[in-house]
Design a protein. Structure first.
Ligand code: ADP
Ligand code: MG
Ligand code: MG
Length: 212
């Protein structure tokens, strides 16, 4: 497929809309094992992104500049742990698509792989720690493997998304090892991780947009 800076903008707008819809749900999940603000922190960040998309980035054609500015905006707007995590993903992804006005399938795969690697390096969480990495890491592994094998982007992403969903769901049975919820120890078992949930929704919004 061909993904332009306008597509990237529209995808980010779909995320902004989705986060508003899921805000209360994400806060409810965070109330079980955290401080109850995950929907609010994501909303604050993505609303700041919305403002910048409508202003400075309105006519931006470089996907790299777009993702870089979105990441920086998110970082500056968000005080909680997700701020630097998503910002790093968006800014690392930006570097792989630097100066590109149109992204092809390989660029999109690279973007998501580098995005995931950035979040991982920033947060130092691995699969099993009960964080957003339980969604992103298996997703990225599956996307890379399936795309290498088939060279078909949408089916590969669709497959990887189903793996991401399983990863998200797996967090319910896990003991938190990272972030605020790790203070609960064994008491964190039985609840799905809010960050793993929003990560899945962000990926699902991408497939939804790419298929539209
Ligand atoms: P805070 O815990 O500061 O209130 P949020 O509620 O916005 O932040 O986000 C919490 C989510 O952040 C968790 O559910 C988890 O998925 C994610 N998270 C926390 N620490 C890390 C980390 N080190 N690496 C990856 N994700 C993390
Ligand atoms: Mg929180
Ligand atoms: Mg908080």
């Amino acid at each position: 497929m061909e993904f332009t800076a306008a597509d990237l903008t529209n995808y980010f707008k779909a995320v902004i809309e989705m986060i508003e819809e899921q805000k209360d749900y994400l806060c409810a999940l965070d109330r079980k094992i955290g401080d109850g603000d995950h929907g609010v922190t994501m909303s604050i960040g993505w609303q700041a992104v919305n403002d910048i998309l409508n202003e400075d980035l309105k006519d931006e054609e470089d996907c790299g500049k777009l993702s870089m500015k979105v990441g920086k905006t998110f970082l500056n707007a968000v005080g909680s742990s997700v701020g630097p995590l998503y910002a790093t993903g968006l800014m690392r992804g930006a570097k792989t698509v630097k100066k590109k006005t149109v992204l092809n399938d390989q660029d999109l795969v690279d973007y998501w792989l580098v995005f995931t690697q950035g979040v991982k390096e920033r947060g130092q969480a691995s699969i099993g720690d009960k964080t957003m990495m339980d969604t992103f890491e298996p997703f990225a592994e599956a996307l890379e493997a399936k795309f290498d094998e088939t060279n078909e982007f949408i089916p590969a992403f669709d497959h990887a998304l189903s793996i991401a969903k399983k990863g998200m769901e797996s967090t319910t049975g896990l003991v938190s090892q990272k972030g605020r919820s790790s203070r609960l120890g064994e008491r964190s078992v039985g609840f799905q991780d809010p960050g793993a949930t929003s990560a899945y929704l962000i990926l699902a919004a991408f497939l939804n947009y790419a298929q539209s």
